[in-house]
Design a protein around this ligand. Structure first.
Ligand code: ADP
Ligand code: MG
Length: 599
């Protein structure tokens, strides 16, 4: 039988290679921008249409190519970046495999225009499925423009696996951010469906982070620096009081290449142990500089995993550097009511440091679940309060309703340290945390679609603000709901928002942080339409986040009427004894309890 083995035609083998390099439009964005960086561009512009499905174009002002190179660059393994095998061990460019352009061109309609500094005229080359269909001279400036149209036009299987434009756009944005972040010396712009999403000018690293992620990052970050023989670390980590509920804003770069590394991330996270709650994570933007020969970027085709020669050492250096930075900055973390024993605790001795608050919440806590309303046997819940039994008695008694009414009508309540309200009934004394109580009240109202306590102030002059593009997309979706909470926002053509109204109890300069935190709190469930009763639903999370943001804060002085209002509303709420996030809103002592305290 004659041979079954055939050498695949070039076009097919290119398409197979394309599968490795080009998973989705975002991979094309990455390869094209990296090529522009390798060509020493100082300005790079990205244009995307329809989630990258119809157009991805990158225009740069870099070295450009000669006419000959322009024709060659689509050949497989065509690269100007390595000449000999030794070069592989000393890679200082982003690309080197010479397979991106051949792969991308084999699965798209591609148009290249390029001119180097020696030629008078540039060259324009059009390809379809990797075949050159047209070549023309063009009069252009030095630099390169590559437009990739109709990606996967000849690979229906891939095309059908593409996700919605929104999802593809968010992958593209991630690639853009990863590259733009660590090349602050280059100016970038990013247009999506003709809307300008980002334009960043040359800056230092910190400024670049702020330009891309928003002004609020300015006060959230502290520098981290360390240098030993094997590695130089530089960048920024978040202060302990700005932890996140997800790991989204954790960026490692190695020699200016984005890298995922859970092991190194753990070195940083461990430095925060005891400073932040479990299941929250620090933010960081860290570049590691190592000798190229000490890493292997070649183990994964899309190169976000990088192998190090000396991982343990780098782990130790990272961990120590993060601890050092954190130590140099004051660790102010909001003291939680539950841990604030200052009422009763013995005063600190001279030179003794106050214990850092440890906030414990019960992950199973769900205020909509019946069991949380009912008294529980002692010792079963983290919400256990010292006088739990008294409480249980209190709520079990038939006189409960009268007692509640009694509290609401009581007029002799006082505010203490602008933080607590002390009130009494005939049989008990209550100390109420005004902030936690207010959260409970608002949460109850929001859960019942009652927003009447929110009054919105209209701003005299609209306040214009650019959110990060990731956030903008989400905020746009939330505009109608935000209005109920008193935020009146209008999306502008240039990608910014005009803020026309805000709830009364927040300040215009807080708006950015409030909305950004909301997005973070909602996390990925932004489009969930689950009913309110489900704690993972968007509506629930939104009510939770907003009740925290719009609550009466510690430090606010309340007049008598406000005090009475707060007490009245609190005791009419379900679950009045705990805040929606599971903290105590009050502690109480009945007369037996007080007698006992006096022995
Ligand atoms: P690699 O980047 O691995 O070398 P590519 O397929 O991405 O391979 O690119 C092939 C070659 O085309 C590059 O080595 C470079 O010489 C040239 N090239 C690609 N993009 C540009 C650009 N924007 N400016 C100048 N030259 C480019
Ligand atoms: Mg390349």
């Amino acid at each position: 039988m004659s041979g079954l083995i055939q050498v695949l035609p070039q076009s097919i083998s290119n398409q197979i290679a394309a599968g490795e390099v080009v998973g989705r439009p975002a991979s094309v964005v990455k390869e094209l921008i990296e090529n522009s960086i390798d060509a020493n561009s100082t300005n790079i512009e990205l244009f995307v249409s329809n989630g990258g499905k119809t157009l991805i174009q990158v225009v740069d002002n870099g070295s450009g190519m000669s006419k000959n190179d322009a024709k060659l660059c689509f050949q497989p393994h065509a690269t100007s970046k390595i000449k000999a095998i030794e070069d592989i061990y000393n890679i200082r460019t982003m690309g080197f495999r010479g397979e991106a352009l051949s792969s991308i061109s084999s699965i798209s309609h591609l148009e290249l225009r390029t001119k180097n500094k020696d030629d008078k005229l540039g060259i324009s080359i059009e390809l379809q499925g990797g075949e050159i269909v047209e070549i023309n001279p063009v009069g252009i400036e030095q630099g390169t423009s590559i437009a990739v149209k109709n990606l996967f036009f000849n690979v229906p299987a891939r095309r059908n696996f593409l996700k919605s434009n929104n999802i593809e756009n968010s992958h593209i944005l991630n690639e853009f951010l990863r590259i733009a972040l660590i090349h602050p010396e280059i100016s970038f712009s990013y247009h999506n469906d003709s809307k300008l999403i980002h334009r960043v000018e040359p800056a230092n690293f910190k400024k670049r982070i702020i330009d891309l992620f928003g002004k609020s990052f300015n006060e959230r970050l502290i520098p981290i620096e360390e240098e030993v023989n094997e590695v130089k670390i530089s960048g920024f980590i978040s202060k302990a009081n700005f932890a996140r509920r997800n790991k989204r804003d954790q960026y490692f770069f190695v020699n200016k290449r984005f890298m995922r590394n859970y092991y190194f991330a753990n070195a940083i996270e461990r430095a925060y142990q005891g400073l932040i709650t479990e299941k929250t994570y620090p933010i960081f933007f860290i570049n590691l500089e190592v000798e190229p020969e000490n890493i292997d970027v070649n183990i994964h085709p899309t190169k976000t995993e990088i192998k190090f020669l000396d991982e343990k050492l780098i782990y130790a250096v990272l961990h120590a550097a993060a601890k050092k930075s954190l130590g140099q900055f004051t660790l102010s973390s909001e003291i939680d009511f539950e841990q604030d024993q200052s009422f009763f605790a013995t005063p600190l001795k001279k030179g003794e440091l106050p214990k850092l608050p440890k906030v414990e919440t019960n992950p199973d806590f769900n205020p909509f679940e019946e069991k949380w309303f009912k008294p529980k046997p002692k010792g079963t819940s983290q919400l256990e309060i010292s006088n739990r039994e008294n409480w249980e008695k209190f709520f079990e008694e038939d006189s409960k309703v009268e007692e509640r009414l009694d509290i609401r009508q009581s007029n002799d309540s006082i505010q203490f340290r602008n933080k607590y309200i002390i009130t009494k009934t005939t049989s008990s004394v209550f100390i109420i945390d005004q902030e936690k109580a207010s959260e409970r009240i608002l949460f109850e109202q929001f859960s019942n679609n009652n927003y009447q306590n929110i009054s919105s102030q209209q701003l005299l002059f609209p306040y214009n603000h650019f959110f990060s593009p990731q956030d903008s997309i989400k905020i746009l979706e939330l505009v109608p709901e935000l209005k109920e909470y008193g935020f009146v926002l209008e999306y502008q053509k240039d990608g910014s928002f005009n803020i026309l109204g805000i709830p009364n109890n927040i300040n215009i300069d807080e708006i950015e942080v409030v909305l950004e935190d909301l997005i973070k709190d909602l996390d990925s469930d932004i489009s969930s339409t689950e009913p309110m009763e489900n704690p993972s639903s968007r509506r629930y999370k939104m009510a939770l986040s907003m009740s925290k943001k719009l609550s009466i804060k510690h430090g606010k002085e309340l007049d008598n009427e406000e005090i009475q209002g707060l007490i009245g509303q609190l005791f009419s709420s379900n679950n009045c004894e705990v805040s929606p996030s599971g903290h105590k809103t009050m502690i109480s002592f009945d007369k037996d309890g007080i007698d006992k305290l006096f022995g």
